[in-house]
Design a protein around this ligand. Sequence first.
Ligand code: ATP
Ligand code: MG
Length: 586
Amino acid sequence: MVTRMSQLFVRTLRDDPADAEVASHRWLVRAGYIRRVAPGIYSWLPLGLKVMAKVERIIREEMDSIGAQEVRFPALLPREPYQATNRWTEYGPNLFRLQDRKGSDYLLGPTHEEMFTLMVKDLYSSYKDLPLSLYQIQTKYRDEARPRAGLLRGREFVMKDSYSFDIDQAGLQASYDAHRGAYINIFDRLGLTYVIVKANAGAMGGSASEEFLAVLEAGEDTFVRSPGGYAANVEAVQIQSPAAIDASDVPPPSPLPSPNDHTIDTLVARLNAERPRADRAWTGADTLKNVVFMLVAPDGTRTPLVVGLPGDREVDLKRLEAVVGPAEAVPFADADFESYPALVKGFIGPQVLGERSESKVRYLVDPRVVPGTRWVTGANERDLHVVDLVCGRDFTPDGYLDVAEIRAGDPAPDGSGPLELARGIEMGHIFQLGKKYAEALGLKVLDQSGRLTTVTMGSYGVGVSRAVAAVAESTCDEKGLAWPRHLAPFDVLIVATGKDAAVFEAATTLSIELEALGIDVLLDDRPASPGVKFADSEILGIPTVVVVGRGLADGVVEVRDRASGERTTVAVSLAATAVADAIRGD
Ligand code: ATP
Ligand code: MG
């Protein structure tokens, strides 16, 4: 059946939505694919649903091909399983929690590790039942702090999540590799330019994990890569510590009165003026900056933490939160300084820091601060710094914390060359969870020797609704959406222009002929002006547009390629086969 634009439930919009920050958001709303209901919550209209169905189909095919089986869990879930794994608390404010009429606690699932683990525990009992991979395509809920960019970061969104169950690490590795292969196929088929990067496992626990990032400026993730093939999310970069240095000839620390030197720049200027070095000028990298944070755990517990790092680098808050999560790192407020009088704002030095020191404040340093390195740093008195404070001799941190910003040109940790930074959108994430969930929920099976053994698990996610937006983001242009053919809601848009009844008749005939050839047609039969129809044809992003109008008098129609803008003229009598052949040939 030919779909007629006059009947289709769609209205294109002339104006950008006020909250649109990225192109895909703007065009998906303006083209009538989605409608905003509340921040990060969207309704899907017919055109949007058709695209999502095509994305889902690709994902199902690839998951089925690795032997994963589709199931579906509810989104509304009881508290207890999430209590058992502690995620009820650890998920913090991102979890939507609610109560039923009896006052029992429920949540809206952010992911379903607990539910899958319990389901397998219910039904399976032997190593002979494994390996097993299950997946679902289902709606997820997360009360994101900053829902943004339309479908890219929603509070309600569609995810494909799968879970693997194996008896041992070798099995888990095989399941992980199978998923990795399926994900490569999925993102290749979606036509996204992507990188596979080392990832931080974050709140999920577990160890080995990689992310698939679509390389797009609109993304919120920053990743690094080197000429030699190193690739990681900045959150997962672990820099190499230099070797310890022999500091036996370093003079003892000396005070440096430094009135009002609250910044690294003024301190460095003073050093170069008052204590010039013979070998080179002082730089910010010679100073040790001590940054105080308050870590706020999901249960509200507050613990101070001081991070010591070379003064020419900032703490990267995303890298910090990736390590301290689920706690949140917030800046130290003036009231906090009052509670910790040993910490003199602007002049904090390592001498009073550390769990065994007078302040008892935990002190972790950047991996560059190795024993024997000498530093200019705060002297814990107003307007006073200290020069030649040696790590290991004059102070001993509680440990290391690798959360300084990564800069373009920094060496890759594996020695594979200088790092380049770029932005991306996380499309998929694969984790080797290990036994965390199986242990917490008691998922054990009998092994070959008849002993009960804890199952080892993997979890794997793809952002389905996010994929719709990412494909739109990477293909749209300044005029509107421009879908790749295999994801487009229709193959062809036939635009009938003018008032002539013969035009509408010819357009209808062509539509019916194309449908008969198995082509999915949208016919713009509205009595609107050609200008409106052409503009809509560009916004809607259907890959092939056939214009039936003035040319009809000469027996021709115009075929436009939406993405390239290329236009060709075809005889009406040959149009159906020509267009169908062109589409099939793509
Ligand atoms: P992000 O770092 O972007 O917040 P995440 O690490 O929290 O993502 P996972 O828990 O790994 O995400 O979820 C699996 C997949 O679900 C992600 O790779 C992403 O494609 C998708 N996803 C996660 N959060 C959202 C969201 N708020 N809106 C849309 N898709 C999302
Ligand atoms: Mg992730």
